[in-house]
Design a binder for this molecule. Sequence first.
Ligand SMILES: C[S@@+](CC[C@H](N)C(=O)[O-])C[C@H]1O[C@@H](n2cnc3c(N)ncnc32)[C@H](O)[C@@H]1O
Length: 383
Amino acid sequence: MTQTLPLFNEFVLDAPSTEGIKYIGSKLKLIPQILQLIQKVDAKTILDGFSGTTRVSQALAKLGYSVVCNDIAPWSAVFGTCYLLNTKPKEVYQPLIDHLNAVPPVDGWFTEHYGGHANGGCAIQADGLKKPWQLHNTRKLDAIRQELETLKLDTIDKAVALTSLILALDRVDSSLAHFSAYLKAWAPRAYKKLVLEVPNIFTSAGKHQVFQSDIFELAPRVSVDLAYFDPPYGSNNEKMPASRVRYAAYYHLWKSVVLFDNPPLFGKAKRRKDTSDVIAASPFEEFRRNPNGRFIAVEAIEKLIRATQARWILLSYSSGGRATAEELNEVMQRNGELLAVVEIGYKRNVMAGMKWTHKWVSVAEQPNREFLFLLEKEETVLS
Ligand SMILES: C[S@@+](CC[C@H](N)C(=O)[O-])C[C@H]1O[C@@H](n2cnc3c(N)ncnc32)[C@H](O)[C@@H]1O
């Protein structure tokens, strides 16, 4: 039996402000809906299992929840450490940020591979490659990144400085919100000077933890009231060529900024070799069926639901066709009780009153629909 939850006919929640980079699949616009659903149940501790920009984690922490923030990507762990683990007031960091802004520019690894001349507007360089930043900014990046090593900061201070650097780089890049290809003509923002600012850090009452783990490794180890899962779905419309969002490949440059390890590179976008599709693939990004005829992504979701130590699971889902929706619906019915289904952006936000657990499947026939599912796990599955 499903239960009707009054959702959006109540007050509209004022979501706390958050900060983050441009990120494919960021849930910035869905934070109010996510928070409203979470407030329908009695949760105090929350796992944000695929935290990405950490915007959802930031909003939850600001509302007083204790947050376990996790993502496999190193940049997300840096953001999580900056926003969730810092306990100092914002002003304390101003001298450090001023110092970094004043470091004299140098030519280094980032300039060699990712810096380009303004060229009268054309980002294609003498080597025939397009570049994501102009030289004046990669030279600052090289200098600041080296200085961060020299300063030998503690983990939290370094995370605050790195977050500040990444946010500043994100404001002056010449990309389409990711780094798997760069623009032919310089974006107007690429001409602006790289200037670091203290991130909008805050202190909060909850006890937070930050992990950089594969979710399958972490989920059985942490016990929380509610887990929010926002996996990296591929476009799995069977009739269309696959367009997978591969986070490791899209954001390779943030990994290089965080690690500062001058890795071997390949291809026109000069991606890190360790972000090649063979090495860095995720089962959630896989749109195909396995030899048993099951969708690999949906099977991964079932495995994750079963491994999760939480009474409630909130799942973000972007539909990719009827077949996957049907399979996902079966997975959810099999593993608990579906308390609410919210379809985003189609004024069908509240499906209460309809036989909506089945109804959403027919809506999901069209690709690129976005849903939120609130699931209560079966006791037997939970134990
Ligand atoms: C849709 S994005 C999450 C966006 C995030 N909710 C936000 O608002 O910024 C999916 C995230 O899953 C992460 N990811 C992919 N495979 C993972 C895995 N096996 N374990 C943990 N995180 C993973 C990616 O690094 C990416 O940040």
